[in-house]
Design a protein around this ligand. Sequence first.
Ligand code: NAG
Ligand code: NAG
Ligand code: NAG
Ligand code: NAG
Ligand code: NAG
Ligand code: NAG
Ligand code: NAG
Ligand code: NAG
Length: 524
Amino acid sequence: MKFSRIFILLFFTTFVLSEDVNYEPSTGLVKPAVPTFTAPSETYNVSVPAGTYNVSLQSGTPIIPGLLPGMTAIPTISRQDIAARNAELFTLDNLNPNRDVEGALVETFFKSTIGVLLDEFSESFGIREKVANYYLGQSDDFWFKKAQMQTKFTEHRQAHRVYYYFNKKQLTLPPEQVWEFNLGKAYRTKIGVHDYIAVDVDFYSVLVTNAKTINTSEPALNIIDGKWSDHWILPVDPEFLLQKTGFACIDKSYTLTVESENIWAYYNDSCETEPQPTSEYPAICCADVLNQNVGFVNVTITWHRIPYTENVAKKYRFGNHSSTFSDLVGIHKNLLEETRVAYRYHGRNSCELHEQCIGEYTSLNALYDTCAYQGISAGWGDDYRAGLACQWVDVTGLPAQTALLGYVLNPEGIGFQVQDNTIECTPGENVTLGFYLQESKQTPSVTVRICESSRVLGSTHCEYVYALANTIVELSSNESNPAKVTFKCPIARDNIETGGLYSILVAPTFIEDKFMFVNIVTCK
Ligand SMILES: *[C@@H]1O[C@H](CO)[C@@H](O)[C@H](O)[C@H]1NC(C)=O
Ligand SMILES: *[C@@H]1O[C@H](CO)[C@@H](O)[C@H](O)[C@H]1NC(C)=O
Ligand SMILES: *[C@@H]1O[C@H](CO)[C@@H](O)[C@H](O)[C@H]1NC(C)=O
Ligand SMILES: *[C@@H]1O[C@H](CO)[C@@H](O)[C@H](O)[C@H]1NC(C)=O
Ligand SMILES: *[C@@H]1O[C@H](CO)[C@@H](O)[C@H](O)[C@H]1NC(C)=O
Ligand SMILES: *[C@@H]1O[C@H](CO)[C@@H](O)[C@H](O)[C@H]1NC(C)=O
Ligand SMILES: *[C@@H]1O[C@H](CO)[C@@H](O)[C@H](O)[C@H]1NC(C)=O
Ligand SMILES: *[C@@H]1O[C@H](CO)[C@@H](O)[C@H](O)[C@H]1NC(C)=O
């Protein structure tokens, strides 16, 4: 399904113009920029509600940091004065056509292991072996995507480095488009106590950047051959991480935003130190939870300054340097992923000559890396992921109106099929159901999920974390010995959604497996 949409820049209106905003970095509503170093492959002009503010978005017009029209003073926020002064110096420097730019190259590499966790597949009826063989037979393309997914988990901590090392700014990996993975062969192994199909990977890529900005990220890289390493605890299988580790491995400022599809963007592998555990914020160490439920790999990422050569720079410099796009662009991936707002500053007549928007002209760290002073520097972007709390809504094509907003989750019903719609129960009371399969008529194992239903919309699919219950039903279950689940019948949400409704959804292990619906017995 294709959507086209307009991106609404609530970011500026909320966080620059409004004064009654909590600027603590932990608000979870705004995040520092991440590098794009790039021109987008697919771009949309950013649409700004008319009259909100007066910043010109025309091509070739940089947004000068400082007071925006309508503001009489920049509200005082700690470190804001320093950030503002840096931004001003940076802008003045960029406007100088004779400025001195020394290119720098930093190679980045690490060894890791990725895999598919098999623990959750039943060992009965050869199901796990069938699944294992399926994954052993996957192409490099499959493992490449998995390696990309695991590598993306490092983004949050590297882009928020200022919160980990008081005086060091971002030190990220190069843009995704120039990542190189050298993949080994898939093999069956144990990682911790976990059963895996695993693949060893070597990562390599090079950052093309501006030498004079290196010091504020990592002084060790000031000199040629300088090295710096960061250690990372990463899940060997990066999929379904929220389902397997809950909120143990995320930045707690983003609990309103995190869901199973975007958890990589808020991954924090540091161990929890604060003592008060709640059900949402367990006081347990991410590495312990990973070890227990997933299996982790301890990865050392190394940044290594190498001598500058044009050939290497050319290979890893990324992006389209033409200046036909507007400076501020929304780079759209898809609804379930993210929209990135990127600022491509073009110096006067210079971009065409020297590729000044990226590469050697992109600073290794973004000027605006905290909430103290908001903006986007050239070559950097600000990512808005689907679900980012309070930030966006897609109103493409809608006429002006007052209407309720809603969305359809999993419209094609991929994975789960609704077996029973809107079954009545008594709100707040426990319901126990039993399930069994009919031998030889279907796949030997199906997953059953119980979701809350709506009085208005009927049956609604639900994500794992929001399910009332999940269970696996195998052939070994029968009428007298069914697989049982107990869940609380949904209570009222308001006077329309009065609760008391649930649905039963079912899915086979392999999508192509034929199966009949599960048989249900009501248990006491
Ligand atoms: C962006 O806006 C400019 C000026 O209105 C227009 O010429 C251009 O076609 C637009 N680009 C895209 C990608 O929509
Ligand atoms: C925006 O700029 C125009 C022209 O410079 C001016 O007339 C208008 O008052 C400005 N609007 C705001 C909200 O500052
Ligand atoms: C790097 O930054 C530190 C701290 O700001 C400063 O003391 C030092 O002189 C800088 N080094 C270089 C080589 O610029
Ligand atoms: C990461 O987690 C640690 C431990 O819970 C916490 O102290 C730190 O502030 C977190 N950092 C970020 C950026 O979320
Ligand atoms: C990961 O490796 C680093 C460096 O070897 C080590 O200091 C750290 O304790 C390891 N962490 C875990 C959880 O094994
Ligand atoms: C770069 O952008 C120009 C202008 O939009 C376009 O014609 C050209 O095909 C692009 N080049 C690449 C390599 O994407
Ligand atoms: C409902 O089920 C939960 C979890 O199984 C149990 O802790 C609770 O005591 C049950 N409540 C009633 C009223 O039976
Ligand atoms: C049901 O399954 C149980 C346990 O697997 C078994 O002991 C029992 O004989 C089965 N009953 C029927 C009717 O098949």
